[in-house]
Design a protein around this ligand. Sequence first.
Ligand SMILES: Nc1ncnc2c1ncn2[C@@H]1O[C@H](COP(=O)(O)OP(=O)(O)OP(=O)(O)O)[C@@H](O)[C@H]1O
Ligand SMILES: [Mg+2]
Length: 491
Amino acid sequence: MAEEPKKPTILVVDDDSEIRYSLDRVLSGRGYQVAAAGSGEDGVEMVRTTSPDIVFLDIRMGGMSGIETLQHMRAINNRLPIILMTAFGTAQTAIEAMKYGAFDYIMKPFDPVRVTKLAEAALKALHDMHRAGDYEPRLRSEDWKEGIVGTSAAMQEVFKIIGQVAASDATVLVTGESGTGKELIARCIVQHSLRARGAYAAVNCAAIPENLIESELFGHEKGSFTGATAQRLGKFEQCDGGTIFLDEIGDMTLATQTKILRVLQEGEIQRVGGSEIIKVDVRVVAATNKDIEEMVRQKTFREDLYYRLNVVRVRVPPLRDRVEDVPEIVEFMLQRLEKNRKSRVRRVAPEAMAVLSQHTWPGNVRELENVIHRSAVVAQGDTILLKDFPPELRAGAEVEASVDVPTAPAEPGPQASSAPSADAPSEEPSILFDRLFACLQTSQASGVLKQIEGEMIRRALNHFSGDPGKAAEFLGLSRNVLKKRSEDLGI
Ligand SMILES: Nc1ncnc2c1ncn2[C@@H]1O[C@H](COP(=O)(O)OP(=O)(O)OP(=O)(O)O)[C@@H](O)[C@H]1O
Ligand SMILES: [Mg+2]
């Protein structure tokens, strides 16, 4: 007889024998192999010796508490999904449970359907984590030092320019959309320059009120304006022999621009309210996310200053033009979080990474960084899964996944055959439809189905650049039906 595939095993830990019995009944009935322990201590021992796939764990037990037990179990197996159970539902216990890395949290008395759904979701998460297991780290330790990563051709160009200007004192203008890494690049330029050991200051021209920026940059004499109770040195004087980073330079007034021009041309400044002319030796690295050439055309930015700043130009490409960098940037950020002991997450599951690579990232690397930080916080185990992403990122993926992968992902073991799934459909599509239905209810839309159909056809056609063959295949329609429906819907 052929060997039966191993059934998924579930460990139930509760000091109440009735709970153990009822969970055993529900879960065995679903085709799972169930084992039980009557205390936290025994539960930990069983995790060590029998390696269950999932654990249902009571929070309040005599002896070792549920939270303590959970921590011991996770020290043995960081990926083990643990579902905490409690009869006392307070915000605090729920928060505590999730904080310590529980997979989920369920209230007694149990709804058997919810128990089964949780077990299925936990197994799926485990499965996704295992599939992601062969993700090899690619970052070398050198990449760490720079704090800046990217193997795309576009970023390699940027790195080359940084290397080229390292030994010169040339003024550098860094431009690019918000969040592309301009400040990081500016710092990198400074670190590699001859002035690396010299003073350095960053001034955000957009953040300082107009009436204070001159004093900030050039300093002031005592009594030069209300509040100037003492003499103060400005950033240019402080950075003598070093470098100044002028950030958001497109937000400077024309008056300030004139003074900056003077430093660049003559190497001299005057404090606000002072008459003394002071020589300074400062290298300037500037950055802006504005279209500076357009500003010059509009005469809101001085042309002569523009030429002075634009001696070397570093154009930082938006992230959507270098999506090949996304996996590496993600890995870098996860390593940094781990190093700072802020997370134990090591990788992103392939289907989740695919979503990251397809997103258009209007907020560029900063937006990606936020997504990774947030997802690492909610992820359990060592892998970020699709479900850990914020809903706006997930929504598109769920639609695509249900189309791209028509066959359900293979679950481990006999789950598909022995655990009937007809009445417990997988979580994602139902959430999507719940949400959609709720939206439709509140918007009181009429002709809803037509609208959805029309929208899907339009999007599919757009996505495949108007190719009706590909769009039809994507939507699971024949070309003729697609044509007919498009005509009916006036597309
Ligand atoms: N190539 C990269 N590798 C690693 N981290 C990066 C990279 N580029 C940007 N970052 C990170 O992304 C965040 C945003 O970068 P930064 O502040 O330099 O952007 P910016 O272009 O100056 O944005 P803004 O125009 O909004 O000021 C920072 O936390 C930075 O560390
Ligand atoms: Mg910046």
